[in-house]
Write a protein that binds this ligand. Structure first.
Ligand code: SF4
Ligand code: SF4
Length: 398
């Protein structure tokens, strides 16, 4: 048995994975992992490896998500579902302050006590990249979101290297997968019925050491076994780049990102915005499932007596008419202007704002769009007709 250290690799069988979960729970972590629920693979509190979706595959395409049971599938052969780390670090609704009136005087009470530390099992490369993007937004842009910071500092990440992609995945185009990175505490690569576990941090080494001290049998991986494990996501990436042998779909997604910022910004008057608007329902699904979208609104919510008021932060979407309301009217009243705002922010002006793309190629916005609108298809259509912008100078500003 080799002592776990950052950079070392160890074999875990399902019993070892259970002991890892147990070690995290003993340390006070709320452990969350993928589970089958409501017809999808979602992130939920996890106590046992038996709750993981072993034998389940997700078949995803534009506007389509189906689970299929396959006895040959492993524990992590599904890809990303509707949930991401965003749901836990930046919840859809949270109370950020409370106020109480007593004898006519208002006092402010602070937001609820911090959540217990969170450990998330099964995080993919695209979602680690999304976490790094949200870190820039919430921690690195001159304003620190204290609630996010408190959760982020105690977050424990058990990543997974993908060995299968869905038809909607294009992480390889965005440089965000399928290998797990840029940072994790532990990373698993499923091989046969066991997991090669790479230690990525001192905290990861300490948790593995706890599991071993509690009786877990974890043998060290040999150099050849480490090479084989590293080859799993590398082989998948090669197949994704070659657009073959990955999925049933004849044309797996990919995105040409060359000069994408300038491409979009010089095509603000392209007729494609009206074409996509004729299909878009402005339902906001794409922004809600996107692991990097960060817009929110704040509302005061009073009880019936009017003596207690909670200030709540809720996710907001640039597809809502109210999101761009200024001086009594919306400055983006058409669906075309709202879709253009979303796409050009995500793939162009985000680069100016945060020095990174706002997209990691997770494919969620394609899968969960009820009419199957596909960002890779929309951008390809604009690229194919670059320069065909209409001369309509009266369009609203994005
Ligand atoms: S824009 Fe779509 S593919 Fe890109 S990160 Fe957001 S949900 Fe994923
Ligand atoms: S692109 Fe699709 S998911 Fe997004 S708002 Fe339009 S219809 Fe809804």
């Amino acid at each position: 048995m080799t002592e776990p250290l950052p950079g070392s690799w160890h074999w875990l069988d399902p019993a070892g994975l259970q002991q890892l979960i147990d070690a995290l729970r003993r340390r006070g972590h709320r452990v969350v992992g993928p589970q089958v629920a409501d017809g999808a693979i979602v992130l939920r509190e996890l106590a046992s490896v038996a709750e993981l979706p072993t034998g389940w595959l997700d078949e995803q395409d534009g506007g389509s998500y189906r689970l299929r049971h396959d006895p040959a599938a492993g524990t992590f052969d599904h890809v990303v579902g509707p949930h991401s780390l965003k749901n836990f670090l930046f919840p859809a609704r949270e109370t950020i302050a409370s106020f109480t009136r007593t004898d006519g005087a208002w006092t402010q009470t602070h937001a609820p006590a911090p959540d217990p530390p969170l450990a998330v099992l099964g995080v993919r490369g695209c979602d680690l990249a999304a976490l790094a993007i949200q870190d820039r937004v919430f921690l690195g842009s001159g304003y620190v979101d204290e609630a996010y910071k408190a959760r982020r500092e105690r977050l424990f990440l058990v990543a997974v290297n993908c060995r299968r992609a869905a038809a909607t995945c294009f992480c390889h185009s965005m440089g965000c997968g399928p290998a797990a990175g840029p940072s994790f505490d532990l990373a698993l690569t499923e091989i046969g019925n066991r997991f090669a576990c790479e230690v990525g941090s001192d905290r990861g080494a300490a948790v593995l050491a706890d599991a071993i001290a509690a009786g877990a049998l974890m043998t060290a991986c040999s150099e050849a076994e480490i090479d084989a494990a590293r080859g799993v996501p590398r082989d998948l990436a090669a197949r994704m780049h070659a657009r073959q042998g990955v999925v049933d779909r004849p044309t797996p997604r990919s995105l040409d990102t060359h000069g994408i910022r300038d491409l979009l910004m010089r095509n603000l008057e392209h007729p494609r915005w009206d074409e996509v608007a004729s299909r878009c329902l402005s339902c906001t699904n794409c922004t809600l499932v996107c692991p990097t979208c960060f817009c929110s609104s704040v509302q005061e919510v009073a009880d019936l007596s009017g003596d207690t008021v909670d200030r709540e932060r809720q996710w907001a979407s640039c597809f809502s008419l109210d999101h761009a309301r200024m001086h009594g009217q919306s400055v983006r009243s058409s669906t075309a202007s709202r879709y253009r705002q979303w796409l050009t922010h995500k793939f162009a002006s985000w680069i100016d704002q945060f020095d990174t793309s706002g997209c990691t190629g997770c494919g969620r916005c394609i899968t969960w769009c009820p009419v199957g609108i596909d960002v890779t298809e929309e951008i390809a259509a604009i690229r194919a007709t670059d320069g065909a912008a209409s001369a309509d100078a009266g369009r609203e500003t994005p």
